[in-house]
Design a binder for this molecule. Structure first.
Ligand code: SF4
Length: 307
């Protein structure tokens, strides 16, 4: 079955086996984060649209469910910002009608300033917004949002949402060396977190190749300090499960996964190990000579993603 909107399940360190639904075209976002693993955003937009017909996404999901139920959560996540999908609220409701599994939405949080978006997200079981900056200046530096997006509105929206939301609110802060991880920054985050009613805060650092070369991961000491001060969970501390694909041919399965989720050499090796298939060729040579694939050497580790 050719899947256009559904991908995975992929192991998510926060959510378990996560079946993804992407309701927006690739790299459609209202941010262009310096750490984005998709590279610079080429479709910057603040306009919410029904990029793909809701009924097509739901039909694909129904078809998928005829074959597999082996996932823990349905995650609405785009290779971009899923709240830009104008029928997000209906999408969540429709998905919930056809599965008992929890529905999560991963968002950059920019549109939480909008009451309409907040209302739509109320129906999700889990919402995972990110906060990268702690004021207009740091937010602009890291997220490079559209000019119409302001940190203060976003934060007020998130605080507002957190007061009414009944599901799980899992925050993520992306900590970047020399930008938002010093003691002063952590102090600012601490003040912000006091205003939000959340369940957990995850702390991350850009371990996958970022959009900009100057983006650096933070040190272990810095992460430890942030974990202690913010009462957070470092994403590194969570163990990752194995990638999974129903596609029989391992090469095709890898292509399918890296369409949405870049894999590094270790993830590919453990994926192949889990399938116990003997390949008659060198997978890495094949991937590296494939014109559809970008191989990025970052911190001594090769990561593969579809162009
Ligand atoms: S919000 Fe997400 S998709 Fe958009 S630029 Fe930032 S990291 Fe990339």
């Amino acid at each position: 079955m050719e899947l256009k909107y559904i991908f995975g399940p992929v192991p998510s360190r926060r959510l378990g086996k996560s079946l993804g639904i992407s309701p927006i075209p690739r790299k459609t976002c209202n941010y262009s984060c310096i750490y984005c693993q998709l590279g610079r955003t080429d479709k910057m937009t603040g306009e919410r649209k029904e990029f793909f017909p809701l009924k097509d996404i739901i039909n694909e999901f129904k078809e998928y469910l005829k074959e597999s139920f082996d996932f823990d959560v349905v995650t609405i996540v785009g290779e971009g910002e899923p709240t830009l999908y104008s029928k997000l609220g209906e999408l969540i409701k429709e998905v919930k009608k056809i599965t008992d599994k929890p529905v999560a939405v991963i968002t950059n949080g920019a549109l939480l300033s909008s009451k309409e978006v907040r209302d739509e997200l109320m129906n999700a079981d889990i919402v995972l917004p990110s906060i990268d900056g702690y004021n207009e200046e740091t937010a602009k530096k890291i997220d490079r949002p559209l000019g119409t997006i302001h940190f203060k509105d976003e934060l007020e929206g998130l605080i507002e949402f957190s007061k009414e939301y009944k599901g799980q609110l899992l925050l993520e802060i992306m900590l970047i060396s020399e930008i938002n991880c010093d003691k002063n920054s952590i102090e600012h985050f601490k003040e912000i977190l006091k205003k939000i009613k959340y369940d957990k805060v995850y702390l991350n650092t850009p371990v996958r190749p970022p959009a900009e070369n100057f983006v650096k991961v933070i040190s272990q000491e810095e992460m430890k300090y942030a974990v202690e001060e913010l009462g957070g969970i470092s994403i590194d501390m969570l163990s990752s499960g194995e990638f999974f694909s129903e596609i029989e041919d391992s090469y095709e399965a890898i292509l399918n996964i890296i369409r949405r989720h870049p894999m590094n050499q270790f993830e590919i090796n453990s994926f192949l190990d889990s399938r116990k298939e003997k390949l008659g060729y060198n997978i890495f040579e094949k991937l590296e000579s494939d014109e559809k694939i970008n191989c990025i050497l970052y911190k001594g580790i090769k990561t593969y993603r579809l162009k």
